[in-house]
Ligand binder design. Structure first.
Ligand SMILES: C[S@@+](CC[C@H](N)C(=O)[O-])C[C@H]1O[C@@H](n2cnc3c(N)ncnc32)[C@H](O)[C@@H]1O
Length: 311
């Protein structure tokens, strides 16, 4: 039988907070409130072999499990598929915020499902933050696979903690991380690569569709990446003129996922080529920062520099 322990919420009056104050705090904390749609979670996670979940502890460390329809799509997916995937344990931690909306101090919680037993605990002084000591203990000592869409505003810290933990993961983050300096060494070092899909739509707290540029990232092997076929790898001379240019520094820029296979020097590609799996095709990133080309003195969109790995 499901067993859920939860404290009752207080009224605004009891919390000593006015509606205006509440809204002001909500606005300040609103930027991270992009919720993942269930269909996006299902579309991505169904691409991985079922055996990866068998007897594993799945940790969703930015995810609510609530009775009032606010359960995160990640939690919902694993609750529904718990038996089918043979998951050993699901742990979801939920963030209350350092300055929480109701002035009650931190009230993060830990939801756990093991077999048919479900429980929710509110440990004293637990914030629910992914970097709270209790969350880190769960990450290091219990979790096998981490799966979530973490707050965009804390993405840099989140990635560092996750990657240093050496745990397996499937997460959503910004589509441009591939060209953002704090993340590039992870891609270059083979610690992370793109998952299968991008995520264009999220839900805001009013459950309205909101556009944002997300992508899945993982360190599980991607077998026969479907997007490899979008890469047009060919001799430089075969790349149509309109898709190859040289910038003011004489660096070759290739577009529309055209990739020269006989060019020895570094050249610039869009993030899209990396997301389509270019680094798995014998090319490597050669700088840990975005490359911003100029053509006739005019700034072009940012790319990354890659080079063919010589054999
Ligand atoms: C992008 S939303 C995604 C929520 C949920 N994982 C999903 O996929 O729908 C990120 C959530 O993380 C919460 N959050 C903000 N800071 C956090 C922190 N330090 N630790 C854990 N969660 C945090 C935000 O309040 C927000 O609800």
């Amino acid at each position: 039988m499901a067993q859920i322990t939860k404290k009752t919420a207080l009224t605004l009056e009891e919390r000593g907070v006015s509606r205006k104050e509440l809204l002001q705090k909500a606005q300040k904390t609103n930027n991270d409130e992009f919720y993942t749609r269930y269909e996006d979670v299902e579309k991505e996670l169904s691409m991985y072999p079922k055996r990866i979940w068998k007897d594993k502890v799945v940790f969703c460390n930015c995810d609510a499990v609530d009775d009032d329809g606010r359960t995160s799509a990640f939690a919902l997916y694993f609750l529904r598929k718990f038996e089918e995937l043979g998951i050993k344990k699901l742990i979801c931690t939920h963030y209350a915020g350092q300055v929480d909306l109701f002035n009650q101090g931190p009230r993060g919680y830990v939801f756990t499902k093991t077999g048919y037993r479900e429980s929710k605990e509110f440990p004293q002084n637990y914030t629910g933050s992914f970097d709270d000591p209790l969350s880190l203990k769960i990450l290091h000592e219990e979790a096998d696979i981490v799966c979530t869409n973490p707050p965009f505003s804390r993405a840099r810290d989140y990635w560092r903690i996750l990657i240093e933990s050496r745990k397996k993961f499937i997460i959503i983050s910004n589509i441009t991380n591939v060209k953002n300096q704090p993340y590039m060494s992870y891609f270059e070092g083979g610690k992370v690569w793109a998952g299968y899909n991008e995520v264009d739509w999220f839900l805001n707290p009013k459950r309205e569709l909101t556009r944002a540029a997300g992508h899945w990232y993982t360190n599980f092997p991607i077998r026969n990446r479907p997007k490899h076929k979008l890469l047009k790898i060919m001799p430089l001379k075969n790349i149509p003129e309109k898709y190859k240019k040289y910038d003011d520094s004489k660096v070759l820029l290739v577009d529309n996922c055209h990739i020269p296979n006989d060019y020895k020097k570094p050249f610039a590609v869009s993030v899209r080529s990396i997301l389509n799996g270019l680094l798995e095709k014998g090319y490597k990133l050669i700088e840990h920062k975005e490359y911003v080309p100029y053509m006739n003195g005019k700034r072009c969109f940012g790319r990354v520099l890659v080079r063919k790995v010589s054999k």
